[in-house]
Design a protein around this ligand. Sequence first.
Ligand code: UTP
Length: 289
Amino acid sequence: MIKKLRKAVLPVAGLGTRFLPATKATAKEMLPVVDKPLIQYAVEEARAAGIEQFCMVTGRGKTALVEHFDVAFELEATLRDRAKSDALAALHGAQSEPGSIVTVRQQVPLGLGHAIWCARAFIGDDPFAILLPDDLVLADKPCLAQLADAYYETGGNVVAVTEVPHEQTNRYGILKVGSDDGRLVEVTGLVEKPDPKDAPSNLSIIGRYILLPKVIEYLALMERGAGNEVQLTDAMARLIGEQPFHGLRYEGRRFDCGDKVGFLEAQIAFALKRPDLADAVHAFLKNYV
Ligand code: UTP
């Protein structure tokens, strides 16, 4: 029986070194694209895929991420007094069901795999999604909902994948591919950040996963991989052959918002999708190209 997907883990304990000094006292995941922080895009995308329970894996200086989803009582009362209904409406997506967000602390950022292992009590025996908030996907159907469809089709582990330039394979988790119907690919191997000359393909994992809980057993081995970090990719690789494992070529465009250029591109792409901003942004862009 395929268990319903209800849980998501949001690892947000990284140091965000590529965005210093902005991330000195603020979490990278609080950086806004247009007017919404990255973390809220991730939570809204997860909700659209049926996720009801969230676990943020946090560290020092990350409290704003949790507070963002609280009721801002004084702010809301003030906005009501001033009849600022648009501003009140803007707060809507930043509110969560009471009790639906829990946090665990990673304490030391030993890598993405270690961050996921920190959520082990939350995960229990259930399938779970992982969303890395710094990967933003602009899509008609939200990326995690596409991935959830693939999970219900296959009943196994599924990761969202995209093609990257061959010379960039050393930045990503890369797939070794078995059968491939153009949408779903069978994963026969996984390598974290391979040198382009050793890369088995140029299909890379982006920050959206749906995994079965068994991966926690392999993460618990705490084996260090690329960059001397506990790599999620290495633990996932051990599942291959034991459980179904697929990559989904999702529909949509991914922006790597952990990278300065990707982040700037996301601002433009998301602003151009906004009816209230598109014309103005379009007009000023002409001054720069
Ligand atoms: P990144 O590789 O983007 O690292 O992590 P980072 O620390 O956030 O940023 P840079 O590279 O120093 O600029 C991918 C995701 O995994 C989380 C991050 O918060 C981010 O969402 N992460 C990474 C953890 O939660 N813990 C870790 O130990 C490492």
